[in-house]
Design a protein around this ligand. Structure first.
Ligand SMILES: [Zn+2]
Length: 71
């Protein structure tokens, strides 16, 4: 099962939880603080991952990490 980082828009609590995709999309996950079910997903992707995916400037179409010199 996937691991989700969720944030409650009601009481601002962030928490993470293992849940199935269905449990999440059907909003069966409730905030442990206040029981709110309309939770926001927090995407905690590392800076290296973001750079790798979004750097489309590489002429070699590499997924550019720190090592690619565009050569
Ligand atoms: Zn809450």
């Amino acid at each position: 099962m996937p691991f989700y980082d969720l944030r409650c828009p009601n009481c601002d609590k962030e928490f993470n939880i293992y849940a199935s995709m269905a449990e999440k999309t059907e909003k069966k996950i409730a905030c442990p603080e206040c029981g709110e079910k309309n939770l926001e997903t927090v995407y905690k992707t590392g800076p290296a991952f973001i750079r790798g995916v979004k750097d489309f400037s590489c002429p070699n179409r590499h997924i550019c990490g720190a090592g690619c010199q565009h050569g």
